[in-house]
Design a protein. Structure first.
Length: 192
């Protein structure tokens, strides 16, 4: 089973790498304006047991274990019941770099929304350098070099945001968003 997961993660990472940054290709319907960002809404996923003998009320999308760039363990279920904005980025991505100041400012203004960076498509050293360069070290950043969380949340390009309401329903938006659009999404997320 471990080999199957490793192979699946490797294939997911290759698919993400093939998508590349700024390709202009979109895999979701729903043009959200003239900046090229796209969105897709989903209903809340049904809760099901997290494993043998356990029952979890967390949405399926939050049933994951990861590691932060600081090396700390992170359980996705810890986010259950709260509004969350996942920001999927890669260290070499110009769209991600342009989104970083808006993400940093919006996270500071919206303490009622948990903002989590999900780094992928490169080495941890490059991810850590991106965080230092952008000054986004106050955010939690998850290391997802193999693309497991990207795959779980259906993300195929960066910079992408997955906005999750407390009920587990999501909206996926491909950036760059800029300050105004990101603020709009976070305000809407916090008021639902």
């Amino acid at each position: 089973m471990s080999n199957v997961r490793s192979a699946a993660a490797a294939l997911a990472a290759l698919a993400l790498l093939a998508a590349a940054c700024g390709t202009g290709m979109r895999d979701e319907p729903g043009d959200m304006g003239n900046t090229g960002d796209t969105a897709m809404r989903t209903s809340a996923p049904a809760a099901s047991p997290a494993g043998p003998g356990s029952a979890s009320s967390a949405p399926a999308a939050l049933r994951f274990d990861a590691r932060t760039l600081d090396g700390e363990p992170f359980e996705g279920e810890s986010l259950a019941g709260r509004p969350v904005a996942f920001w999927f980025w890669a260290p070499w991505c110009p769209k991600c770099l342009s989104d970083a100041p808006a993400v940093k400012a919006a996270a500071a203004r919206h303490g009622d929304v948990t903002v989590v960076g999900v780094a992928g498509l490169d080495t941890e050293a490059a991810m850590e350098q991106f965080v230092r360069r952008t000054g986004t070290g106050d955010l939690v950043h998850l290391s997802d070099a193999e693309g497991a969380l990207w795959t779980k949340l259906g993300v195929s390009e960066q910079s992408t945001f997955v906005f999750m309401r407390p009920d587990g329903s999501t909206e996926k938006v491909t950036g760059p968003l800029g300050q105004d659009k990101l603020e709009t999404h976070l305000r809407a997320l916090a008021t639902r």
